[in-house]
Write a protein that binds this ligand. Sequence first.
Ligand code: 13P
Length: 249
Amino acid sequence: MPSSKHIVVANWKMNKLPSQAKPLVAEILMSYLKKNSDLIVCPPYTHLANISANKIISGFYLGAQNMSEFESGAHTGEISADMLLDLGCTHVIIGHSERRMMSEKENIIIPQKISLALQKGLKVIYCCGENLESRESKQEETFVSNQLKNDLYHLENLDKIIIAYEPIWAIGTGKTATSDQAEAMHAFIRQTLSEKYSNSDQVKILYGGSVKASNASEFAKKENINGVLVGGASLIPVDFIEIIEAFNS
Ligand code: 13P
């Protein structure tokens, strides 16, 4: 099993204004200090400079929600790994289902993005998870193992990879996977990875999808759930702090 330290990630998605980032982070940090879990906050790109420049990044890690597969150049509207590093980011989310759904191309370039992020020194929060159709036809394991093989198997090791299992049907829907369903999938992911990687037992696997203050402690009890990736509830400090607390014991 990985070290007992849990990871709690806030994915703000496209919410809050840059000017609201500092007070939101400050409120969360007041309660987070001295906790026994790692906290990673992933605001929109436009908020990164504000958080970084205000020197409030100590106490938690700063992450981005995506990055370009290219190093630099004529790629209008894109953000590079170097830009993220320059702003103090240590982590980047890659493969979120909301991005995979935006374009077919995203699925193809995920391995390239992961390699570039790692080469540059960013840690990757890699997202996988099945759609409703796969879950209902009991094909969820095949769906997820195909994602793992397509997206990760070019890597020699998983040292700087955090995996986030986010079933698509549970994201932003209020319909969460049960802690037993999540635990079963996490165990399956670990087992699948063990066929290729000798230290798969050290990989942190987070659950994401309608995690709330009211259900976080159920996930926290599970052996293979090493933390959570939180969307909506990470924008409400009182709820998010309760989620952090659940993963602190
Ligand atoms: P919600 O917590 O809003 O369901 O979002 C989950 C998610 O997509 C985090 O990346």
